[in-house]
Every structure is written in structure tokens, then in C-alpha cells.
Write a protein that binds this ligand. Structure first.
Ligand SMILES: O=C(O)CCC(=O)C(=O)O
Ligand SMILES: [Fe+2]
Length: 330
């Protein structure tokens, strides 16, 4: 039975009606490949000077790039490899099974593919994902070793995300226990992405341009590449580093830091030959948490995670896109 989602059937009409359009998404230019600022977390344990330098470097990357990569992050390679192997196994299931409502006993829409609301070439995406809200993890089926591996990974990722969020807070006027008070291991989520080879890499994305709805995201990616971020108005490719995890600032940290840290638009380009896997851990507060700028005058209205999500749902329905933080500008 076929494992691939029926991308072609779904996108056929858009592809045909756009066949003569000049306006194609710019997915295959010769993109510059850049190495993200590299933060060696082992420097945090060297001495007070090295520690301060490391924290400042992280803050500077969050200001100037909204992205950085970390090494010596204490998540064992063995665990990351195991997560990827389990991820491969689950995506190799037949499409009919993956798209069942109670697949793995997860909530509806945990398994996602393509862009269900796509109306034009610019918002077609050629990927599938398992988006797991970690509050649902205890009821998830084990399925090989998937659930227990996710549990193990989520614990490490949560610990790491909290530390990163707290170090970043030290450069700003954010209370030391802010994240401890507002985030819990079950308020975050893990999104496992699979990007199958795409026969139309010049016409569509792996994931369309977006910012992340969270404080920060930790991404583990394989060596295929394809992640791009918008930097100074241009798309640049992130050079994969087998030793590093990628970290990016999300909308909530941008709001909390009053625009100092940047939630940068990023995307994944499609690849004609090679399948790609990634896993993104979204470090989020509880739904009720109200996010408010840490300094005055505030750029943004205060909002709860719940309100933010509802606004996204409204905007996606109306415009096909999430709009995001600009909806909350004062
Ligand atoms: O696959 C990647 O490298 C990034 C994925 C991503 O941006 C996301 O899941 O939000
Ligand atoms: Fe993302």
C-alpha cells in the first residue's frame, strides 16, 4: 500500500491553472549557504567570563539572526538517531493508516500533510508531519518504540529549551523564574516532519514560509539541507551541521522581549531526489499564559496563547496565512 499522501491529486488543479503563470515561487535560485552563529554550550561551565561571553553571544544571535546552532547540548546522538529511526518507521506506514482519525490514538489532525487550505502555487507544501501535543503523549500507542523515544527526547528537549530561554532572559529584564512559572513539559509540542522527494521542486515548498508560534524551537535535522531563513530581505540556506541542533526564536519570545529577539520567517525548500527528516520541539507556555512585553513602551498588546491561536485560526481561514504578531501591534 502506498505510503505517500495524494499530493498530486490534491494539487493538480492549482498546478494546471498555474502552468502559464509567470509568478512562480522563487524556490530554486542559487541560494547562499550560511553557517548559523555557533554556540558551544560547554562554555557555560568553564568560568564566569566564558559563561557571560556565551550568554551574550546567544543573545546577540537572537537579536541579529533569530537563529543559532548549539553544540555540546547534552542530548545524546544515540537518542537523536533513535528518534529519527522511529520517525522513519512511522512515516513508512500506508497513507490510509496514517490518515485515520485515531492514528496511534492521537488527537485528530496530529497527522498532517500538504497544505489543506492551499489556493495558489505560493502556498503548496510537499511534506507530511506528525504534530504531537505533549499533553497527549501518555495516551499515545507505543508503536515500536516511538512513544517511549518521544518521551525520552521531550524530557531532554524541555530541559534544554528552558535553559536556553533562561539564558536568553538574562540579557533582558525577564524574571529568572518566568519560564518555570509559565511553561510545563506538557505545554510544548513535537512536530516530526518528513519531506518526500518532490517532482516539482521549482513550483512549491517543503514547508511554506512561516514563523513559529512558541518561545523558541529546537530543530534536529538530517544532512539533506533545505531549511532557509530570511536574512536582510534575502533567503539564505542553513548549512546542516551533524553535531548541532538548530534553535530559532518564536513569536512569543519576540513579543516578550518587546521586539529585541527576532522571530524570523523561515521555510524548507523541496528536493527532487532526496527525502528529508526533521523534528521540531516547540517550547510553549500553557494556554492561559498572558504574554506581555518585558519593557515599556510595549510594541504589542498583551495576549494569551489561547487568544493568539484563535487569531491564527481566523486568519488562516480568511487569508490562507497565519499573519502572526503584526495582528497584535499597538
Ligand atoms: O524542517 C525544518 O528544518 C524546519 C521545520 C519547521 O520550520 C517547522 O516544523 O516549524
Ligand atoms: Fe518552523
Amino acid at each position: 500500500m502506498a505510503i505517500e499522501p495524494p499530493f498530486f491529486e490534491k494539487y493538480k488543479a492549482i498546478l494546471q491553472s498555474s502552468a502559464n503563470e509567470k509568478e512562480k515561487p522563487s524556490t530554486v535560485e542559487g541560494f547562499e549557504e550560511l553557517e548559523l552563529p555557533l554556540i558551544d554550550l560547554s562554555h557555560l561551565n568553564l568560568g564566569p567570563l566564558e559563561r557571560q561571553e556565551c550568554i551574550e553571544k546567544m543573545g546577540q544571535a537572537a537579536i541579529e539572526w533569530g537563529f543559532f546552532q548549539i553544540v555540546n547540548h547534552a542530548v545524546p546522538d544515540e537518542l537523536l538517531n533513535r528518534l529519527k529511526q522511529e520517525q522513519i518507521k512511522v512515516f513508512q506506514q500506508p497513507f490510509d493508516k496514517k490518515s485515520e482519525n485515531n492514528f496511534l490514538n492521537l488527537s485528530v489532525q496530529s497527522y498532517r500533510w500538504g497544505n489543506p487550505l492551499a489556493t495558489s502555487l505560493g502556498n503548496l507544501s510537499w511534506s507530511e508531519a506528525l504534530h504531537i501535543s505533549l499533553k497527549d503523549i501518555s495516551k499515545m500507542d507505543e508503536y515500536n518504540k516511538l512513544r517511549s523515544t518521544i518521551e525520552e527526547y521531550a524530557e531532554k528537549a524541555n530541559f534544554l529549551a528552558q535553559r536556553l530561554a533562561e539564558y536568553l532572559a538574562q540579557n533582558l529584564e525577564i524574571k529568572a523564574n518566568y519560564f518555570q512559572e509559565n511553561c510545563s513539559p506538557s505545554s510544548s509540542s513535537l512536530r516530526m516532519n518528513r519531506y518526500p522527494p518532490c517532482p516539482y521542486p521549482s513550483m512549491m515548498f517543503g514547508i511554506i514560509p512561516h514563523t513559529d508560534t512558541d518561545f523558541l524551537t529546537i530543530v534536529s535535522q538530517d544532512q539533506v539541507g533545505g531549511l532557509q531563513l530570511k536574512r536582510n530581505g534575502r533567503w539564505v540556506s542553513v548549512k546542516p551541521n551533524p553535531k548541532a541542533l538548530v534553535v530559532n526564536i518564536g513569536d512569543f519570545y519576540q513579543a516578550l522581549s518587546n521586539g529585541v529577539y527576532k522571530s524570523i520567517t523561515h521555510r524548507v525548500i523541496a528536493n527532487q531526489e532526496t527525502e528529508r527528516y526533521s523534528a521540531a520541539y516547540f517550547y510553549c507556555p500553557t494556554y492561559e499564559t498572558v504574554i506581555e512585553s518585558c519593557s515599556k513602551p510595549s510594541l504589542y498588546k498583551k495576549f494569551s496563547f489561547k487568544e493568539y491561536r484563535e487569531q491564527i485560526q481566523k486568519d488562516v481561514k480568511a487569508t490562507g496565512d497565519k499573519v502572526g504578531l503584526s495582528q497584535f501591534l499597538l
